[in-house]
Design a protein. Structure first.
Length: 510
């Protein structure tokens, strides 16, 4: 990601036109939600569950309590909600959150710093030009092998999507991919499908994507590596299905151009694959940067996976000696060090490296702010003691359902939430404190809830018009949005069924 990740998290797109409604940014949505929840807390009765030794609510123990808050106290909570969302401390005795309390950190300071750190790392990687050129070289080398080109580009984009949330960065590849697809006898829709769906299905099945899985896992109070086996299996199957879908369409258009959903513009049919502009080759520095980047993400995966649980299938298995058990503080330090390492390998120089690291952190302030605002909402709910009341009301809805049905309900419920809150990080931080304890009541792993949530967010982002990836992509490819919807809806239906199957299976085996 680069500056565009911040745009995706805040819902930023092109400047609004006069008289035309534009969907508000995630910051605005969360500011409205903050005030709405604050007002709602005056109407919702206060209550709480008894807690076990690990701090999780005990099913069936909900009871009404007095919040003990005056109007001034509530007004102070609203005023300090962003601050509490960053470094609020939860008092051990009263459970109230405030910046000057003594107790455990309730705010999202660790995740906040992690987002800035990985933002710096990714920005440094993109500044070297290695990743862009590497993908460009792959596309050019496969320019005369159509199906393999589509599969190769989509596979690379999907890997980047599942590992680091690669999405808006794809906008820079339309100038390369569209001419190549046309030169191979395909249409513009084939290019759109390869780019948007390739990266999108990777994000949908995020295995260790820090902006989706990472933030959601932190909010659910589990490790980033929990549930990685299920997410990897889902990524492998859904990526394969998506690639096959695009290739099938591409072959159909190549055989009969009249079946193209996008049509052809003047000059589209006259291009030749052999005339496609050649991308400069990878230098030794570029290759070194790509190797370092791959090793960093591989090490991140190794450091967070609970290997004993993953290999034995037992959640309480004793950790192996080589397990690191890293979380966000260690990962933040890892990516800061990795940013410096990439800069040194690429011979960027001290001044350019320093400015790029700072610029990267600055570009990612927006999604980081979204996270603390969302966490601020939960502090208001916590201090007014309505979190457990909301949880209790939802418990009544899902109570008695099977684990598989419960997982599907979590996926479906999050679909409209993903539309209303365009930030994946904000959506996760806001929803997980409610959804994660429900998994405990249903006897389902919290990792399944994380997987169901991120699948809902990723599925919606494949088509909703509020994302720059979709609207920007079809605009760059000169394809109508309505035609893109006609192209993608059968795949959306297929993915919907597969996702429901995977989350239900994941719930059943846990």
């Amino acid at each position: 990601m680069s500056t565009t990740e911040a745009e995706r998290e805040t819902g930023a797109e092109e400047p609004p036109r006069k008289g035309k409604f534009t969907f508000p940014s995630a910051l605005t949505v969360l500011a409205i939600v903050t005030v709405a929840v604050w007002l709602l807390a005056f109407l919702v009765p206060s209550g709480q569950y008894d807690r076990n030794d690990s701090g999780a609510p005990v099913e069936g123990t909900y009871h009404r309590v007095d919040s003990g808050q005056s109007f001034v106290d509530r007004l102070n909570d609203l005023f300090l909600s962003p601050v509490n969302g960053l470094y609020g401390i939860q008092d051990e005795k009263t459970s109230l959150v405030a910046p000057d309390n003594v107790g455990a950190l309730y705010g999202s300071a660790g995740v906040f710093l992690f987002v800035l750190a990985i933002g710096s790392f990714i920005t440094v990687v993109f500044a070297t030009g290695a990743l862009d050129r590497g993908i460009g070289r792959l596309a050019h080398r496969l320019r005369e092998r159509g199906a393999l080109l589509i599969a190769g580009v989509m596979a690379v984009f999907s890997v980047l999507g599942t590992v680091e949330g690669f999405a808006e960065e794809t906008l820079g590849f339309y100038g390369l991919i569209v001419p190549l697809m046309l030169a191979l006898g395909y249409d513009r829709m084939t290019a759109v499908g390869a780019i948007i769906l390739g990266a999108g299905v990777g994000v949908l099945c995020s295995t260790v994507n820090p902006f989706a899985t990472g933030v959601a896992s932190s909010a659910a109070d589990i490790s980033l590596g929990d549930g990685i086996v299920l997410r990897f299996a889902m990524w492998f199957v859904l990526t394969g299905v998506t690639i096959a879908y695009v290739i099938r369409y591409a072959k159909r258009v190549r055989k009969d151009p009249e079946r193209s959903l996008s049509g052809f513009l003047p000059g589209d049919r006259e291009q030749s694959a052999t005339e496609a502009a050649e991308v400069p080759g990878l230098t030794r520095l570029h290759k070194a940067v790509l190797v370092v980047t791959a090793l960093v993400f591989a090490f991140m995966i190794f450091s967070v996976v609970p290997w004993s649980s993953a290999l034995t299938g037992k959640a309480d298995a004793r950790p192996y000696g080589f397990e690191l058990g890293w979380s966000f503080p260690q990962l933040a330090a890892l990516f800061l060090c990795a940013a410096v390492l990439v800069g040194v390998v690429a011979r960027m120089g001290e001044q350019k490296l320093s400015s790029t690291i700072i610029q990267g952190a600055a570009d990612f302030v927006s999604p980081a702010l979204v996270i603390l605002l969302a966490r601020g909402v939960t502090t208001i709910m916590n201090n007014s003691k309505i979190t457990d009341t909301v949880l209790h009301s939802i418990e009544g809805i899902v109570k008695g359902t099977s684990s598989g049905i419960f997982a599907v309900i979590v996926f479906v419920v999050n679909l409209p939430l993903a539309f209303l809150i365009p930030s994946t990080s904000g959506h996760a931080t806001l929803a997980m404190p409610i959804l994660a304890p429900l998994a405990d009541f249903a006897g389902v792993s919290r990792a399944v809830v994380v997987t169901a949530w991120q699948a809902a967010s990723g599925w919606m982002n494949l088509w909703v018009p509020t994302t720059a990836v979709t609207i920007g992509g079809v605009a760059l490819a000169k394809v109508g949005y309505d035609r893109y919807l006609r192209f993608v809806w059968p795949l959306l239906a297929i993915l919907f069924v597969l996702i429901c199957g995977f989350v239900a299976l994941g719930a059943a085996v846990t």
